[in-house]
Ligand binder design. Structure first.
Ligand SMILES: [Zn+2]
Length: 297
């Protein structure tokens, strides 16, 4: 998916419910990126298995990062080309690059940046010009570097339901017409997997910060979070780091080597320690476009 795969972080983890998890039935009508309205779905196989869809998790994570970024983030839901900040910026540069390709550059900031971008591939240029949220989670012009699998509940989960009368008491104003049973996951452990592709260290650090926010109850899943629903804990985090190509040979001690890549599995705490000095809100980190020096793990 990326022209040149240089590294990969495969993050396996479990999400354990700390409070009931509200199950929304009609998932297609919901916006998966909504902060409070994120959904948990249930597959009807032989048995019902609660799933936190990868797209839903991605939406929750992205919203959280965008909130931290404030004005630094574009509004991804705003797809009108003229008002999406990242798209506008990319188009502006493309236009300028096309129009005066061989002219002398002026010395203003825009042109200085433009000069630098001339040597970039279009993929790298789009990446450079995008806001930090788009850099991690992607946009119309940029592939996501963080890929989410659906998190499926392990055996032993418990689904409960309540009749419509208690719904009104619990949800207050959030009544839904035609919904007369209120279902939730009483208890469950969800197995999740997130893969970071061609990642910068600050992006992995961001993921660890998000895990922490989940543990602290800042980030919740499913509906009715204002009523205390959807609190989770992250556990059993295992991070498999792989370095490919030219980065492969620079892998440090403890890595196993094969013809394609060097690989090592880290525990949560180990990675946290290694990334201690990285600030995921540092502009200098965001500006980096070359992965070659991103090998501190
Ligand atoms: Zn953006």
């Amino acid at each position: 998916m990326f022209k040149k795969l240089l590294n990969q972080a495969i993050v396996n983890f479990e999400l354990v419910t700390q409070s009931p998890l509200y199950i929304k039935q009609n998932t297609s009508l919901l916006d998966p990126t909504a902060f409070d309205g994120t959904y948990i779905s249930c597959y009807l196989d032989e048995k019902r298995i609660p799933i936190i869809p990868g797209t839903s998790m991605k939406g929750v994570f992205r919203s959280f990062f965008e909130k931290l970024l404030g004005d630094e983030a574009c509004n991804i839901l705003d797809t009108r080309q003229e008002s999406n900040k990242c798209l506008k910026k990319i188009k502006e540069f493309e236009k300028k690059l096309k129009s005066d390709n061989n002219k002398n550059w002026e010395s203003n900031e825009f042109d200085k940046e433009l000069e630098k971008l001339k040597s970039f591939s279009s993929g790298k240029r789009n990446y450079y010009l995008s806001c930090p949220a788009c850099k991690v989670f992607g946009s119309q012009r940029l592939k996501s570097r963080m890929i989410f699998d659906d998190a499926k509940a392990k055996e032993g989960f418990k689904i409960s339901s309540r009749s419509s009368t208690p719904i009104d008491r619990i949800s207050g104003a959030a009544k839904e017409k035609g919904l007369n049973t209120f279902e939730y996951v009483d208890w469950g452990v969800f197995e999740g997997k997130i893969t970071l592709v061609s990642f910068f260290n600050w992006q992995l650090k961001l993921l660890l910060e998000i895990f922490e926010a989940i543990d602290e109850g800042i980030l919740t899943f499913g509906g009715y979070s204002s009523k205390g629903f959807g609190r989770m804990k992250v556990q059993n985090v295992k991070i498999k780091i792989r370095y490919y190509g030219e980065m492969k040979d620079k892998a440090k001690d403890g890595y196993t080597q094969n013809p394609l890549f060097a690989e090592k599995v880290f525990e949560h705490k180990e990675i946290e320690k290694k990334l201690q000095s990285i600030n995921f809100l540092d502009k200098n980190q965001w500006e980096k476009v070359e992965l070659e020096n991103e090998q501190i793990l």
